[in-house]
Design a protein around this ligand. Sequence first.
Ligand SMILES: [Zn+2]
Length: 221
Amino acid sequence: MTLLVAGLSLSLSMLLGVFFIDLGAASTARARAQAAADATALAAVAEVSPYGTGRQEAIARAYAEHNGGRLVECRCVVGSTAVQVSVAVDGVEATARATFDPAMLSPGSFAFDGRGLHARLAAAVERLIEATRASVYVSSGYRSPVEQAKLWSEAVRRYGSPEAANDWVAPPGSSMHERGLAVDLVGDIPFAARMIETLGLPMYRPLSNEPWHFELAGSRS
Ligand SMILES: [Zn+2]
């Protein structure tokens, strides 16, 4: 099942509330598993919106449990505006996919929070969001050491070893996000990259395996 999420904020919380209604004894295990998967997918995709924290997998796990199930899989790629989850309830598994469409939010919704970011990077990102008419936004900017440690331990659990986790998340103490020198963008990233070039903004992508990750120019020199 694919769900398109628009006008998040209030309507999303109302929508999620619906899924908590007890479906009753007559309903099949299949319906319960699907309802749990739908709620989980919606909750996870909300995390990539401007209101979210970018922690899709942790939120998905929590929502699956709230709905009496267990998260089997979360295809929650950083930088993507879609998530797909599989949730098992009493041994029955269901899959749901949810998409977040940034174009359906008003530009006013993209107020950018540059707290903790280097002032030059914050100014560049603000100009970029304006210039792209909010077709990109920041899913993750400054991270405290505690937030980075949390992301790191989630990645180690998910990928099985610190070495494998390294490919996805920087270990605590070594992330440019902790120094306020990096942002992760979501949305039309190729367009954003072209605008950075056109406007001569001091941002670049140092990591070929993370096309959504932008740093302040000169951050590594
Ligand atoms: Zn990043």
